[in-house]
Design a protein around this ligand. Structure first.
Ligand SMILES: [Zn+2]
Length: 280
């Protein structure tokens, strides 16, 4: 009995040590959370501000996220909902009930769905600072993270995907491009003459062939790409054409459907990538 208790205690201490060590390493962290068919990205700044970009399709977001945040942390400094589709905001309703959200940014579109209405009701009731993304806006998070809003530009676009809030997150010389489910026509437009050296590109729309054209890849020239898609999803994401395009350009791909949650940490110039499942 005592032996079991000691083993249990050692495991708990090790877990605690890992969480505290991760929390205090002075690096920026980005986690592409494995939430199935949807998007959810958690950013942790060097001064421990937390930003969530999209909330996946369901409330399993909370469980997945909990592995990458200290258990005492119940506050998110910023939540960005790229657009109102359920595979991006499905987990945000429960999140808004369990976490203190400081600020919320979305594309301004009112979705006529129960999830969207509940989410907006919750965050309005809690007095969250709600704003609509404006292209050209620069948002500072904590001491050293900058989020540049690239899109949406016009509100007269019919397809909700094409109104995805699109950003570049910067920590010193380390830059990440994320554009929700934006189609390639608008991706080409916003990545033209970007003038920044992007290390990490989140592949839009879970690797759908409706995003990520040759021109987009040429404009961005990322070192690595992140693809969030559910295993054996009904859309066939990521599509072969997109994977072939990335292969042809020798660009490394990380995928939640194969590798689970993918984590990147950076000191502002170099970075390392960690995967949850090694499928070699
Ligand atoms: Zn989506």
């Amino acid at each position: 009995m005592i032996k079991h208790f000691v083993v249990f205690l050692v495991i708990v201490c090790q877990l605690l040590f890992n969480i505290i060590e991760n929390d205090n390493d002075g690096l920026m962290h980005l986690h592409m959370l494995d939430v199935g068919q949807g998007d959810a990205f958690l950013l942790q700044t060097v001064d421990k501000k937390y930003v969530l970009i999209d909330g996946g399709p369901s409330s399993n977001l909370i469980d997945v996220m909990a592995d990458y945040m200290p258990f005492w942390q119940n506050r998110l400094d910023l939540v960005i909902a790229t657009h109102g589709d359920s595979d991006h905001i499905g987990g945000l309703v429960e999140l808004s009930e369990r976490y203190d959200i400081e600020a919320f940014i979305y594309n301004g579109e009112s979705k006529n769905t129960l999830i969207f209405e509940e989410l907006m009701k919750n965050i309005s009731f809690d007095g969250v600072d709600i704003s609509i993304a404006q292209s050209g806006e620069e948002i500072r998070v904590g001491c050293c993270m900058e989020i540049d809003i690239l899109w949406p530009g016009s509100i007269n676009i019919e397809d909700s995907n094409d109104r995805s809030v699109s950003i570049i997150a910067k920590y010193q010389d380390f830059e990440i491009y994320m554009a929700g489910d934006l189609g390639y026509k608008y991706e080409e437009k916003i990545t033209n003459n970007l003038g920044v050296d992007i290390e990490v590109m989140k592949i839009s729309h879970h690797g759908s062939r409706t995003s990520t054209s040759t021109k987009v890849v040429d404009n961005i020239r990322p070192q690595i790409t992140l693809i969030s898609a559910g295993k054996d999803n009904k859309f066939g994401h990521p599509h072969r054409e997109v994977l072939d395009l990335l292969d042809k350009n020798n660009i490394i791909q990380y995928r939640t459907d194969i590798q689970g949650t993918v984590s990147i940490k950076s000191d502002g110039s170099d970075y390392v990538v960690d995967i949850e499942k090694d499928n070699k």
